[in-house]
Design a protein. Structure first.
Length: 277
């Protein structure tokens, strides 16, 4: 591949998809670290949350979303959803083939934990789907780094965040109740294995008062994307001005638009893209 070909490839956008708007925390972290990259985000709000869906359904949705992201000529597709990363990553990679590179939100965290916490005890909180799929445990065990993983499903946290309950006493009570579970006793780090949880990271950190490192997956994933783009010579050339990001949702409501601003931390123009009609 000549430089001309690779530079035109490098200026293509990064596609990011999720079952809803939670993945915007990942998009936000990527945008902060790589401000010159153009993002195309798709939130499958018609089917959220993926955490309650079957593997077959998540795979079907993911493939259809990838068609849209390929149409937008994305150079990289980032699956910004733990449930979809667990259920559909291998299939999507096969489906997309050489048309785009595919990344997920699980592998970068697993690699980070294996390096930073070898021989130690690490906690993890996430949806029922993520915790019950055991995907983190399997991958961490495969590293053979002696990490003891203790996972707790915390199903109330994502809907709580989506409804705007964070940084208040209700969310503090729910968070403290979950984190006080005996399952998480004696951990040295806690993986936030759900894209909604960065919004309550401060409250979780406050509970531990510095005793436990709270691992925000979105930062780790963004760093992984940066390293990957550099290694593959796919990083976008520096340009003047802010790239024009695109945000699509499969089902549009006002509250999605409001939440989008909270999750992405800047003004966002949501486009309704009815993928399922």
């Amino acid at each position: 591949m000549g430089t001309a070909a690779s530079s035109s490839l490098a200026s293509r956008p990064i596609g990011v998809f999720d079952s809803g708007i939670g993945g915007l925390t990942v998009a936000r972290a990527v945008n902060k670290l790589l401000p010159q990259e153009r993002l195309v985000y798709f939130g499958d709000t018609a089917h959220l949350p993926y955490g309650d869906k079957s593997t077959a359904a998540i795979q079907a949705y993911s493939v259809k979303i990838c068609d849209l992201l390929l149409k937008q000529q994305c150079k990289v597709i980032l699956i910004a959803c733990n449930s979809a990363s667990a259920a559909a990553y291998e299939l999507v990679k096969e489906y997309v083939g050489s048309k785009a590179r595919v990344l997920n939100v699980i592998d970068p965290i697993v690699a980070y934990v294996g390096k930073a916490y070898a021989g130690r005890t690490v906690g993890l909180i996430g949806t029922k789907q993520t915790v019950n799929s055991n995907v983190y445990r399997k991958k961490i065990d495969d590293l053979d780094a002696g990490v003891e993983l203790r996972s707790l499903a915390t199903p109330l946290l994502a809907p709580m965040v989506e409804e705007g309950f964070f940084n208040n006493s209700i969310s503090r009570n729910i968070i403290e109740t979950y984190l006080s579970s005996p399952v998480l006793e004696g951990i040295e780090a806690l993986v936030l294995a759900c894209t909604h949880y960065p919004l309550i990271k401060q409250q979780i950190a406050a509970f531990y008062q510095g005793r436990v490192e709270v691992l925000d997956a979105s930062d780790v994933v963004a760093e992984h994307v940066r390293q990957y783009l550099n290694a593959q010579q796919l990083a976008a050339p520096a340009k003047e001005g802010v790239p024009a990001h695109h945000f699509y949702v499969s089902d549009f409501t006002r509250s999605f638009e409001e939440s989008t601003r909270i999750f992405f931390e800047q003004e966002v123009q949501l486009e309704h893209y009815p993928l399922w009609e």
